[in-house]
Design a binder for this molecule. Structure first.
Ligand SMILES: *Cc1c(COP(=O)(O)O)cnc(C)c1O
Length: 404
């Protein structure tokens, strides 16, 4: 049967303590026990439904985690204080000193910096590869490799990972496939395509209001229990726990994700096809010209489109900066990193979110100076937005004025 992630979220029902339509917020860091024996069992991980201490878990965090697990179709999930607070414990849980990771080279700048600069201090080394070439990925696997890491839709180049193909490789070589699905919630369900662990930065589309950072790890009960183990669980011991007040607010925002994703995708798709027709170098997975358009189509769930992210290349960093400043002046969006907001956000990744990646490597992976990454907002009238953006581009000689 077709996987319907939004239905799965909707079908979960939680009430508050006094019949509230939202679950009560657990405003406690610690929990009492009626018997000392139960406290001991909880420490040992054998007392289901009991709470010990909120760095381990809290009712509010479990509600949000279960909703996100339902969305991704995994057994369970654990929420974290940020996306990086989800990614780093997962990788440290899966790899020991001397072990190896094969990662896509086009990933979030912070993840890249962790793998490149920090993980080697723990004896964990990473090979960065072009994730769209399965033979290149397989060639990088060594006897020490434990993890295949990628983003379903990559940041910032919007490359699309062949999750089924990667899952087969992972199975063949006994690796865990970890997929960061931050750019494509609802539209792609990596676990359904064979990923072992699915991560999100909740900071982006899922929370959608740019008022907090947050993250989630979705996976098997066994793996999530390992992450939260009081003796050797990386999530428990490194301490990147989400606060209960915040998880309650993220859960409320999750309720409208399906509507927001449809509008983000609708608006981004409209602008991408207009920009491309105008002759701008445009990258959007919904365009037939995108090298992985068909692959994305083959993986996507119905309804949610190709997402809210697109890039254009305006030729130089100076032009990119001038355009972003002018668009901001005209209130078409904000010159800001991050994504998934109601307002359009734009930035030049080469000099901002991907600046951790050395310049030669940026050039090699096709990350050019004039690239602008857009997270398209929820604009009610995208045709008007397009006309106003185009006027900015004409004013800055990025596009030629059309003869009337
Ligand atoms: C933002 C982002 C992250 C990091 O998330 P934080 O919540 O900022 O820690 C990881 N992966 C992707 C794809 C992101 O866009």
């Amino acid at each position: 049967m077709e996987f319907k992630p939004a239905n799965n979220i909707q079908d979960l029902q939680y009430f508050g303590e006094f019949g509230g339509v939202n679950p009560s917020i657990s405003d406690s860091s610690t929990y009492t026990f009626l018997s000392a024996k139960t406290m001991f069992d909880t420490f040992e991980g054998n007392a289901d439904g009991c709470y010990l201490y909120s760095r381990h878990s809290s009712p509010s965090n479990l509600y949000l985690g279960e909703a996100l697990a339902a969305m991704e179709g995994t057994e369970t999930a654990t929420v974290t204080a940020s996306g990086m607070g989800a990614i780093t414990p997962v990788l440290m849980q899966l790899c020991e000193a001397g072990e190896h990771i094969v990662s896509s080279r086009t990933i979030y700048g912070g993840t890249y910096a962790f793998l490149k600069n920090f993980a080697p201090r723990l004896g964990i080394n990473t090979s960065f590869v072009d994730i769209t070439k399965l033979n290149v990925v397989e060639a990088a696997i060594t006897p020490k490799t434990k993890v295949l890491y990628c983003e379903s839709v990559s940041n910032p180049l919007l490359e699309v990972a062949d999750i089924k193909g990667l899952a087969e490789l992972a199975k063949k070589h006994n690796l865990k496939l970890v997929v960061d699905n931050t750019f494509s919630p609802l539209s792609i369900s990596p676990a359904k395509l064979g990923a072992d662990i699915v991560i999100h930065s909740l900071t982006k589309f899922i929370n959608g209001s740019s008022d907090t950072v947050g993250g989630v790890v979705c996976g098997t009960q066994e793996f999530i229990d390992q992450l939260r183990n009081v003796n050797d669980g990386a999530a428990m011991l490194l301490g990147s726990t989400m606060d209960s007040l915040r998880s309650a607010s993220v859960l409320k925002n999750l309720r409208t994700l399906h509507i927001r994703m449809q509008q983000h995708s609708h608006n981004a798709s409209y602008l991408a096809s207009k920009f491309e027709k105008d002759g701008l170098k445009t990258v959007y997975p919904g365009l037939v010209s995108h090298p992985s358009h068909i692959l994305f189509k083959s993986m996507m769930n119905d309804k949610y489109g190709f997402g809210g992210m697109l890039t254009i290349d305006v030729g130089s960093l100076d032009k990119a900066n001038a355009l972003m400043e002018l668009m901001q002046e005209r209130n078409l969006g904000y010159l800001a990193v991050s994504l998934g907001f109601y307002k359009t956000l734009f930035s030049a990744p080469g000099s901002s979110t991907s600046s951790e990646i050395p310049e030669e490597e940026q050039a090699e992976m096709g990350l050019s100076d004039g690239l602008i990454r857009f997270s398209i907002g929820l604009d009610a009238d995208i045709e008007r937005t397009y006309k106003m953006m185009k006027a900015c581009m004409i004013e800055l000689n990025i596009l030629e004025a059309e003869l009337a």
